[in-house]
Design a protein around this ligand. Structure first.
Ligand code: NAD
Length: 264
């Protein structure tokens, strides 16, 4: 199977690196189109063929990944639509562009899937949910899932879940960055050097996330296990509860999801 990326920016580069490193798609079977030569240089270095022509890419690839910014999707669809056939698959990672818009702007019965990845795909620790459109065939969703699993976790879901996914894992890295910064600020306030505090904070979130994923234990149980009676951690947890920590995070997920719904 040949895979093409329309738009060879950060996400396309992360995905192509993932496909190559996991041996899922060979570089010779990949192509990228972009208007920027300097952007295409990265793809060339990986052995991926490049073009400035989106139509050439569509003609030569079995699976086309739309990886331009959302406001450019309509123009690109108009450009490529006549060259799309039902033996090809179309995957859009453009945030907030609904399946219906994609399907109605491509030929009847085009096999379309929409993906909501997050920025951590850039370091192969992403979280993605894919939503199959109405014309996908058996095996299409699992194939695309396999591709996104090369850059992290990937679930197959439904389009009506994607606003909630945006609120959680799509916007979530920003909440985590702010948490890391806050932890580091606390450490600095209590006398640690900034660099050490930031690295300790990041490693703490990384380690806690790894424990949740690897132990399969409920996060509440893991939290209980580190709260000794009358100890430091339960004392700090009390402060977090007093500040509305968990309710605030839930509010943030809800706000982002509602905003995504409003924009979609
Ligand atoms: P990016 O700006 O790094 O890459 C987009 C590329 O598209 C650029 O290299 C640009 O030159 C190229 N381009 C513009 N017009 C084009 C055209 N007509 N034909 C071909 N190429 C064209 O953007 P990105 O961060 O890689 O995001 C790509 C998509 O992924 C967006 O739709 C975004 O919503 C989605 N997404 C990104 C993230 C993220 O964390 N970066 C997360 C979730 C979803």
């Amino acid at each position: 199977m040949s895979v093409g990326f329309i738009g060879a920016g950060r996400m396309a580069q992360a995905l192509s690196r993932g496909f190559i490193s996991k041996g899922i798609v060979k570089p010779q079977k990949m192509m990228a189109s972009d208007q920027s030569e300097s952007i295409l240089d990265f793809m060339k270095k990986q052995g991926v063929s490049t073009t400035n022509c989106n139509i050439e890419l569509v003609e030569r690839c079995d699976l086309v990944v739309m990886a331009v910014k959302p406001h450019l999707v309509a123009d690109v669809l108009q450009e490529i639509s006549d060259f799309f056939t039902t033996d090809k698959m179309f995957v859009s990672i453009a945030a907030g562009v609904p399946l219906e818009v994609l399907e109605t702007n491509l030929p009847e019965e085009t096999r379309v899937l929409r993906a909501m990845p997050n920025t951590a795909c850039l370091v192969h620790a992403g979280a993605t949910v894919i939503a199959p459109g109405k014309f996908v065939r058996n095996g299409d969703a699992s194939l695309v899932q396999k591709l996104f699993q090369t850059v992290g976790l990937c679930y197959v879901g439904t389009e009506d879940q994607l606003d909630a996914v945006t609120g959680l894992s799509g916007s979530g890295p920003a909440y985590a960055f702010a948490t890391i910064e806050s932890l580091a600020d606390g450490g600095v306030k209590m006398g640690l050097p900034r660099d050490m505090a930031t690295k300790l904070a990041a490693q703490t979130l990384f380690g806690a996330a790894k424990m949740v994923l690897e132990s399969g234990k409920h996060p509440g149980q893991l939290k209980d296990e580190v709260c000794s009676p009358g100890g430091t951690t339960i004392t700090a947890m009390h402060e977090l509860e007093r500040g509305g920590f968990r309710g605030t995070i839930m509010d943030a997920v809800e706000a982002s999801a509602l905003k995504a719904k409003e924009m979609g």
